[in-house]
Design a protein around this ligand. Structure first.
Ligand code: SF4
Length: 194
């Protein structure tokens, strides 16, 4: 995985603030990995109580699939939209996949698609960069982008990437040798199968 130098100087709010953003990044749904879809469907009964009535049928949760080399499996699948939000969104709970996991004692991101955890960082064509296209959501508006992005998403970075990659992204491992922008040998963590 290469790293766009933009990630080292792009700005973001000091942290996500759901009361400000109203989870508008969830409006269009997300491209998940096909392996994440299988895990979500295998555990469907956990999430149904948290979903809006119009989203409770698991057969309605996923749509089109596409080849995507940026996904661990190489195949991406879209989460569908119901009432203008991702099927897994609930206005009282936020992401139902996360809410159910927390309530049931799992890690909060056990079932949440990797690309949702990663936003506003994104991997595109093998390059980790910043999703500057989502400039209509609160956290990506110029006036709210007051802090360096990587410290603001430190928890997510440490969760998503192997330790050596996380340390480099967070500026903890800038010794000799590795110039910003290239991390040879990067392998994404495998999804955990409950
Ligand atoms: S899966 Fe959860 S976090 Fe991702 S877009 Fe849907 S509601 Fe939002």
């Amino acid at each position: 995985m290469k790293i766009d130098p933009l990630v080292f100087h792009a700005k973001f709010p000091h942290r996500c603030l759901l009361d400000q953003c109203k989870s508008r990044c969830c409006k269009g749904g997300v491209w998940a990995d096909i392996g994440e879809k299988e895990i979500i469907l295998k555990n469907a009964a956990l999430f149904v109580p948290y979903l809006r009535p119009e989203s409770r049928d698991p057969s309605s949760w996923f749509g089109e699939t596409n080849e995507d080399p940026d996904c661990p499996s190489g195949i991406a699948v879209e989460t569908n939209v119901a009432g203008d939000y991702c099927v897994f969104f609930h206005p009282d709970h936020g992401c139902s996949l996360q809410k159910a996991a927390v309530d049931l004692g799992w890690h909060e991101w056990e079932f949440k698609p990797r690309f949702c955890i990663m936003f506003p960082l994104v991997v595109s064509e093998g390059v980790l960069t910043v999703d500057e296209d989502m400039d209509d959501v609160w956290c990506m508006k110029r006036e709210n982008r007051t802090h360096p992005i990587l410290p603001s998403v430190e928890k997510e970075v440490r969760h998503l990437f192997p330790e050596d990659v996380a340390r480099k992204l967070l500026g903890e491992d800038y010794g000799c040798g590795t110039p910003p922008g290239t991390l040879p040998g990067y392998l994404p963590k495998k999804a955990t199968i409950p």
